[in-house]
Design a protein around this ligand. Sequence first.
Ligand code: ADP
Ligand code: ZN
Length: 512
Amino acid sequence: MESVLKKYFGYSTFRPYQKEIVEQILDGRDCLVVMATGSGKSLCYQVPPLVAKKTAIVISPLISLMQDQVMALKQRGIRVDYLSSAQTDSSVSQKAERGEYDILYMTPEKACVLPPSFWSRLLIAGICLLAVDEAHCISEWGHDFRVEYKRLDKLRNILSNVPFVGLTATATEKVRNDIINSLKLKDTYVAVGSFDRQNLFYGVKSFNRGSSFFDKLIQEISKYVENSCSTIIYCTTINDVEQISKSLHQAGIRAGMYHGQMANKAREESHRSFIRDEFLVMVATVAFGMGIDKPNIRYVIHYGCPKSLESYYQESGRCGRDGIASVCWLYYSRSDFAKADYYCGEAHSADQRRAIMESFICAQHYCMLTSCRRSYLLNYFGENNADRCGNCDNCTSERKENDMSRESFLLMGCIQACGGHYGLNLPIDTLRGSRSKKILDAMLDKLPFHGLGKNLSANWWKALAHQLISRDYLVETVRDMYKTVSVSSKGQNFLSSCTPDHQPPLYLVVTS
Ligand code: ADP
Ligand code: ZN
């Protein structure tokens, strides 16, 4: 195994889990590999065929991605090619049947229509594994469900003794179980790698849409371009993609575009030009997803709050794949938080809608966080780690906490007095002394809190509310399509030790 690693790939040591996985595959065992983007999953299915001298079948969702991998592997002297439904020539499948490939890539559509005779000839020639890359596409709970993936279970019956290997960077338990069930994996060896990408710096800033923000952003990006480093800018809408591209072009920076409304061909062209460094900046929606194995991406920007931390982690994880220090900045504006409806449009059921809302709320919390970002992300993926990483904006900045006890008392008290079944707007308007019809109708102007917080802006109160949410003094709940905010038991404890004239200290960082 080590000599294959050295001879074909030029590496002297395996990364964590790679060796165990290769050994398990060579032993004929089904595997599920859940490892962060950039951790080296491909090697897990590329090494076994070279050791066993049998063919590896790899199912991969994108042709452009397969073409790039095939090209790179050929350069290493590996016998490799791919099959897709677009091909009419049968020379690749004939060579495959004669066992002339180490690795044969194919799209899921193609895998499902190849005749049984193809598989039986290949079995005689020798298959050492069938890998399903981006295996989360099999799950409706994943963020990128693809119908063709669901049909791959057919292959399990044909290739009953071949080890199947599912690979994904999506960590949730549900998706993992879906992969195991859909691919009918048996006695599966599950390898879950650490999700910690220590070379990535995480930072978040709030911004206001406008030209001064663009100017700053473009200055930042030019620094990376001057150093021949690539940048991806993820936008939440196609409109933003177009607007940012335009600003970049006006500033003389060559940038590519990628979004779902572009024709397939234009998208693939754009992807390939980026991989080949024909331009260094890619402005894209999350449609720019899989197979971005580009080592010199140093900067990933999210322009707008992402829809979930799963997608944020995967998208931001596309930088620094070579292990060199790289930077992920997320810019959000508070108006992004009203986008839940937009994301819920994708939902097929009430359950799914709730799941989308909850994921989005977690992403919002990440934006508002004043503690270590890495620690929060890793906790979210079920991994425990140090409280402070030293490599995120919150660990490196010198923002001071202030005693917000009186303000917290007012806000929590008012939320409680309003009944705890509204969102944030109504209690904050009450605190700020509004006499809107809604407030008068609900007689909230009669509350003792009415008007006590008018010296601070509504945005400031919202920022405080988000701090209190992230410290568990307030809880957000999703009811139907609406978020309601109420006081948690921790918040109740705080309130019960308060009087209007005296509150125990409560230190928070509120920036707005
Ligand atoms: P993933 O599929 O998990 O996102 P890749 O398989 O594309 O990640 O690997 C990411 C990068 O790490 C690639 O450039 C790859 O060549 C490199 N890599 C993989 N395994 C090793 C290793 N054992 N030693 C050094 N580099 C490695
Ligand atoms: Zn940190």
